[in-house]
Design a protein around this ligand. Structure first.
Ligand SMILES: Nc1ncnc2c1ncn2[C@@H]1O[C@H](COP(=O)(O)OP(=O)(O)O)[C@@H](O)[C@H]1O
Ligand SMILES: [Mg+2]
Length: 207
């Protein structure tokens, strides 16, 4: 039986997801248990799969192989982390979820939309986010931020500007197609201002 609240944060590289997730967690903590997690990853098995996805040669996986790896990780994450937390009544904050597969492997990598839709239906089932915050900003700005951050997990960052433009368009299309679940946040602003925009969206949903 599900009692908690499931919020995902989405957007391109360097959009500020990880930064804002921490701030949102701090704001929500007075309301009860908050579980901060991420994809790919979020459980020991899924973190092991993450290493295969975010490091190494940019063309390491075909779009379909990459989709299946993402979904193997996602299933483990759902079973071991997300569902138990929601059953406890926790608020789950997830840095990326299935919209990133639609965008990165679907729109970006051209994995078949029918495959991705089938995986969403049969692997995610009803463990869908109650609210998805989509952080939007110009691709160049986000990539510059991500490059300045410098991490050893840059496989997706290396995919080129056209790829990242397709991602942005895909996230905008998702926000437009599913307004009941998704809120588009203009993330091209200072950290405090973006935090305030996110909090307004979350408070409206909590009310
Ligand atoms: N609103 C902002 N303005 C300027 N820099 C930011 C902003 N939000 C985040 N950053 C910085 O940009 C980089 C990428 O942010 P991060 O939260 O890691 O993005 P993401 O998780 O979406 O890839 C980090 O170095 C972070 O400190
Ligand atoms: Mg991040």
């Amino acid at each position: 039986m599900r009692r908690g609240l499931f919020i995902s944060l989405e957007g391109g590289e360097g959009a500020g997801k990880s930064t804002q997730l921490k701030r949102l967690a701090d704001r929500l903590k007075p309301r009860g248990e908050v579980v901060v997690t991420r994809e790919p990853g979020g459980s020991p098995g899924a973190e092991a799969i993450r290493a295969l996805l975010v490091t190494g040669a940019v063309d390491r996986w075909s779009p379909i192989s990459e989709t299946l790896l993402m979904y193997a990780a996602r299933r483990d994450h759902i079973e071991r982390t997300i569902e138990p937390a929601l059953a406890r009544g926790a608020i789950v904050l997830c840095d990326r979820f299935f919209d990133s597969t639609r965008a990165y492997q679907g729109a970006g990598g051209s994995a078949p939309a029918a495959l991705i839709a089938a995986l969403e239906r049969d692997v995610v089932g009803d463990v869908r986010p109650d609210l998805t915050l989509i952080l939007d900003m110009p691709v160049e700005t986000g990539l510059a931020r991500a490059a300045a951050r410098g991490e050893g997990e840059a496989r997706f960052e290396a995919k080129g500007l056209a790829f990242h433009q397709r991602l942005r368009a895909a996230f905008l299309a998702i926000a437009e197609a599913e307004p009941a679940r998704c809120v588009l946040i203009d993330a091209d602003a200072g950290i405090d201002e973006v935090e305030a925009r996110i909090w307004r969206a979350v408070e409206a949903r909590l009310a």
